[in-house]
Design a protein around this ligand. Sequence first.
Ligand SMILES: [Mn+2]
Length: 346
Amino acid sequence: MAQAVEGQTQALIELLRGHERLLVLSHSNPDPDSLASAVGLRLLAERKAEIPSEFGFTGRIMRAENREMVRSCEIEMTPMDELDISEFDCIALVDTQPGFGHTHLPEGRRIDIVVDHHLPPENPVEFSAPEFNDIRTFVGATSSMVAGYLMDAGVEIPQNVATALIYGIRTDTADLSRNVSPLDEKCYDHLIHLADRQALSKITCPDLSPDYFRTLREALTNTRIYNDVILCSLGKIGAPEMVAEVADLLLRLEGNQTVFCGGLVGTTYYISVRTELERDAYYLIRGAFGGEGSYGGHGRIAGGSVALPDEDERTLNRLERRLERNILKTMGVDGVTVKCFGGLRE
Ligand SMILES: [Mn+2]
C-alpha cells in the first residue's frame, strides 16, 4: 500500500526528473520537522531523479537540541543570501506554504513543489499554483509525508536521514502523543530500525552552554507566581529561543498554570505564552500586549514581540510594568501573595 496519495510519489519523481537542479526551502528559523523534511526530499531527488540539490535557509538555529540534530545528522544547509537562485530550475517548499508570514520566497519565482501539513493561509496570496501540491493537514509531521515518498519509492534511507526524520516526527507529535496519524506511526516504525539511537538520545539531551545556565539562574530569580499565573523576565538575553525554552520549563511546575516569559534581544522584546488552563493562548497574549507589538498562536502556545525605541534599562522596565498590568488584568488576578523560587520576595 502506498504511503502517499495513490500516484503522488511517482508524480513527484517524474517532476524532479524533468529538472536539473533543486532548491529546497522552508520557513525561517527551521525547526526539526522542516530540517528533516528538507533532507529527505533531497535524498529522493538524488536517488530517484539523480539531480543535485541545496537546502537554503533563512534565520537561525539556536535551540541546543536543533543544533545537535544538524551536527549529528550532518545536515547540509546554505544561507539563502549565499545562493544564486537563478542556478536552480526547481524550487520546493517543505513544512510551510506560500503566503505564510515566516516564509521568505525568492521574488518572481514560481514554486514547483509544496509538501506540508499546516492549514493553508486564511488569506491566500496571489501565486501560481505549484505543479506538485501535497498538503495533508491530518498528518502529524511533514517528515512523515517525505518518509512516505521514500518508502513508496523503495529508497534505502541512510542512518543520518532516518535519525533526522524520526526526530522531526517526534518533535511535531510530542513523541507520538498528539496530532498522530497512522502514517506517522507507520513511518516511525519503519525508521526507528534505521536510526542511530545514540544520536537520538544526544539530540534529545544535548550539551548546554554556560550562557544557558546563566540565563536559567536569572529566570529562576526573576519568576513571580500569582496563583496560577507565572511571570518571568529574563532581562537582556542573546537569543529569543531562550524565552520559549524557559516558558516550557516553568509550565512543568506542579499544578496547572499559564506562563508568560519575556526577554530583550537587541531592541526587540520577545514574549512566550504557555497555558494549561482553558483559555486559548492567542487571547492571552493579545491581552498581554494590549494593542502593542505583533503576536500569534493558538491552543496552548503563543508568542510575540514588541520593538522598543532603545536598549535602555528604564525603557525595558516601563514596558515590563505595562505588560504585567495587562497580564494580571487579562488573567483576572488581583490582591494575591506573590511567591517566587528564592530571593527577597519569598
Ligand atoms: Mn511541521
